[in-house]
Design a protein around this ligand. Structure first.
Ligand code: F6R
Length: 263
């Protein structure tokens, strides 16, 4: 695991985007991206859009797979993750919408939709770089505490805390969906590399738990400690509870920001 501590969220976005652009360079135009929703990756998408607009990054042949989707929200609902990915990923990064996939939270057979999603990811050759945020309870994707560390894409019940955290996007708590489809922790671990971004003091406990705490389903993001190519990019506030922060700074200043098998 490599931990990069940045001055602010803008720098988080630039460091994460540079890492993703490096993967695109290595894998070529048909790279497969794993994309997160929520506030955390916004600065990363903005920095990627700058690279695209400057002609330094071409994602027009890339495929992308979203981490998760609410169950029951129509695809066109402004808060569906389908809509989010269209607005914040497909349009600014000039992706081909036909090559962008989001779990189908409106399917009549949700179990089948999850299996199909896993099959589509496998048919694409797997995810080259997975972008992640982390929930205040340590979830990644919508793998809530006590999720199986080897889980695959499936239906999950959202915790009250996650629904409260996401209420800011909805008029009332009751309007926040209660269920979702999410890639599993095992699915996420299959990505060839992962970049998790987090900013703000409200993420400090979760970041400390997943980076320096025990690997435990109680804090699902801690499973990333098993990943050979995981980079955690955080701002000072999100890093504020990391006991080994000075060590991470020392590592960053002494080597390039590319994960190695010795991370
Ligand atoms: C998003 C996702 C979630 C979020 C997490 C943090 O697709 O799967 O894990 O990354 O809930 O959300 P924000 O970034 O809004 O704080």
């Amino acid at each position: 695991m490599e931990v990069v501590i940045c001055d602010d969220d803008r720098e988080v976005g630039h460091v994460a985007a540079a890492q993703i652009a490096q993967v695109v360079d290595d894998r070529g135009p048909s790279v497969v991206l794993g994309v997160a929703t929520g506030s955390s990756p916004m600065s990363t998408y903005a920095a990627l859009a700058e690279l695209v607009d400057a002609g330094r990054l071409d994602l027009s042949h890339a495929q992308a797979f979203a981490l998760d989707e609410y169950v029951g929200l129509p695809k066109g609902h402004p808060q569906s993750y389908h809509s989010f990915i269209q607005r914040h990923v497909v349009e600014p990064l000039h992706l081909n919408p036909h090559r962008v996939h989001v779990p189908d939270g409106t399917a009549s057979d949700l179990e089948r939709a999850c299996i199909d999603y896993e099959l589509a990811m496998a048919a694409a050759g797997g995810v080259d770089v997975q972008i992640l945020g982390v929930g205040s309870n340590g979830h990644i994707g919508f793998n809530e505490p006590t999720s199986s560390l080897s889980s695959r894409t499936r239906l999950k019940t959202l915790t009250r805390r996650t629904r409260e955290d996401n209420q800011r996007f909805f008029p009332t708590l009751d309007a926040v969906p209660t269920h979702c489809l999410t890639q599993g922790l095992g699915t996420i671990l299959d990505a060839r590399s992962v970049v998790l971004v987090a900013s703000g003091e409200h993420k400090a406990d979760a970041v400390a738990a997943i980076v320096e705490g025990p690997v435990t389903a109680r804090r699902p993001g801690s499973v990333l400690q098993f990943h050979r190519f995981a980079t955690i990019v955080v701002d000072e506030a999100a890093a504020s509870k990391l006991e080994l922060a000075d060590y991470y700074r020392q590592v960053s200043s002494a080597k390039p920001l590319v994960p190695t098998s010795t991370s």
